[in-house]
Design a protein around this ligand. Structure first.
Ligand code: NAI
Ligand code: MG
Length: 492
């Protein structure tokens, strides 16, 4: 097969869709309001997008309810739902270049990352759940007496889905996949920072032939559009990914209507390097586990524990490696690190860097803004970090690596678990039993051994403790979108 060389720089895409998708129609917000979405690499406005709020959410809830209860979706055979999802996955693939460029433009991530990760994972996720649509089974249950007892897994209903800006398309696919496979209808509220690819996915869903009202997309702000979705009595469930503080507000707001809730929240994930590890592999994994996506990953390995005897060597090599990262225009194929998503994130990260310095950690590389335009931050590494420092306890969500030294196994397990989060963890060692003992002892939803950030649509993902409720991906996520019904029939 001939090698296809990637161009060294990519063209910015055309923005095609900026309205709300409600009931299969594109429309302006009821209020007529719009908001700007900004290119974080240049701080320039890309487009004005319709700003949904409570009135638009109400229209979307009615459209999603109608589609759920009557019309083609409600009557559609499960296998045909799967076929529509496959069509959507194929249309995303057909528009791969455009969507990768749009994601890079709106979010700031290097286009090569969008092409290598976001797009393939999005397509894979939709294919994976397309295959589940006709495989959601009940059971027959041998109860006492002359009865026939069985269960059915029925679609949950109208699902509100609120997603963040770090992987806009992928988060949409994680949410649409299991919901559509189960036969639900969805109202998606993309993040205000990155609405464009989700709107384009909505357009492709219409092209694929999803009936009106099955997929609705309502961009807007959290406290207005998001909160209206959470409080709406016609919405059965909220699936949310974002900050744990936002989840606390959502949980309180959802109490009135007792909505089903699933949360995928942040973390402060330990990445543990033992002295017997392949150090070069651990360094490469630590770089990827922290700096990938500008550090804007819920599962970032943001507490890097390194065993004392290899600590100094590890730090030297890690700094060297971090300094090879290439910051700049996300549309340039040489770029490995783009800007942070917006001014608020940029300011938050810089303030944590200041706190790290104030609290006595040593900033051994980076620590500053990069350039004078766009929200770029230098790859930053702190050493001498102790467990109680703000940089070691709080989710920074930026390119800030914290290296903590440890002496022995029990100590590192105890310190790893000394957090309210529990999303992910990783361990680097050549000792198989040590790896298993870490995997069993760390209180986290995902543990990677000698690797980091390995995701697959089939492997469940989610958090222990304050990192979440429920699991996304895999068969596990179907439970978030189904109600279990027990039917008992007398045979007498
Ligand atoms: P956020 O949690 O406020 O936003 C995520 C989504 O929730 C957005 O769509 C937003 O509009 C919506 N939202 C906000 N307030 C809402 C409300 N009251 N009701 C309903 N929906 C609401 O996160 P934000 O402000 O963008 O980032 C703050 C911090 O959160 C980051 O610095 C990072 O630490 C963390 N974060 C974690 C993510 C993860 O994947 N776990 C993703 C994004 C942010
Ligand atoms: Mg917020």
């Amino acid at each position: 097969m001939a090698t296809v060389l990637e161009p060294t720089s990519f063209a910015p895409p055309k923005v095609r869709q900026t309205q709300l998708l409600i009931g299969g129609k594109w429309r302006d917000a009821v209020s007529g309001k719009t908001f700007a979405t900004v290119n974080p690499a240049t701080e320039e406005v890309i487009a004005e997008v319709a700003e949904g709020d409570a009135a638009d959410i109400d229209l979307a809830a009615k459209a999603a309810r109608a589609a759920f209860e009557s019309g083609p979706w409600a009557k559609m055979d499960a296998r045909d739902r799967g076929k529509l999802m496959t069509k959507l996955a194929n249309l995303i693939e057909d528009n791969f270049d455009e969507l990768a460029a749009l994601e890079s433009l709106d979010n700031g991530k290097p286009i090569c990352d969008a092409r290598a990760a976001d797009l393939p994972l999005t397509i894979d996720c939709l294919h994976y759940y397309a295959g589940w649509a006709d495989k959601i089974h009940g059971q027959t249950i041998p109860i006492r007496g002359d009865y026939f007892c069985y269960t059915r897994r029925e679609p949950l209903g109208v699902c509100g889905q609120i997603i963040p800006w770090n992987f806009p398309m992928l988060m949409a696919a994680w949410k649409w996949g299991p919901a559509l496979a189960a036969g639900c209808t969805v109202i998606m509220k993309p993040a205000e920072q990155t609405p464009l690819t989700c709107l384009r996915m909505g357009e492709l869903a219409m092209e694929a032939g999803f009936p009106p009202g099955v997929i609705n997309v309502v961009p807007g702000y959290g406290p207005t559009a998001g909160a209206a979705l959470v409080k709406h009595p016609g919405v059965d469930k909220i699936a949310f990914t974002g900050e744990h503080r936002t989840a606390q507000i959502i949980m309180a707001d959802a109490a009135q209507t007792l909505k089903r809730l699933t949360f995928e929240l942040g973390g402060k994930s330990p990445n543990i390097v033992f002295a017997d590890a392949d150090l070069d592999a651990a360094i490469a994994g630590a770089e990827f586990g922290l700096f990938f996506n500008q550090g804007q990953c819920c599962c970032a390995g943001s507490r890097l524990f390194v065993e004392e005897s290899v600590h100094d060597e590890f730090v030297d090599k890690m700094v060297e490696r971090a300094n090879t990262r290439v910051l700049g225009n996300p549309f340039d194929s040489k770029t490995t690190q783009g800007p942070q998503v917006d001014r608020a994130q940029f300011d938050k990260i810089l303030s944590y860097i200041e706190k790290g310095k104030e609290q006595g950690a040593a900033c051994v590389t980076g620590g500053n803004r990069y350039g004078d335009k766009g929200y770029f931050i230098e790859p930053t590494i702190f050493t001498g970090v102790t467990d109680d420092m703000a940089i070691a306890t709080d989710e920074i969500f930026g390119p800030v690596m914290n290296i903590l030294k440890f002496k022995d196994f029990n100590e590192v397990v105890e310190r790893s678990n000394r957090t309210n989060f529990g999303l992910a963890a990783a361990v680097w060692t050549r000792d198989v039993s040590k790896a298993h003992r870490i995997a069993n002892s760390v209180r986290a939803g995902t543990v990677w051994v000698n690797c980091y950030d390995v995701f697959d649509a089939a492997a469940p993902f989610g958090g222990f403790k304050m990192s979440g409720i429920g699991r996304e991906l895999g068969e596990a996520a179907l439970a978030n979108y189904t109600e279990l019904k027990t039917v008992t029939m007398s045979l007498a």
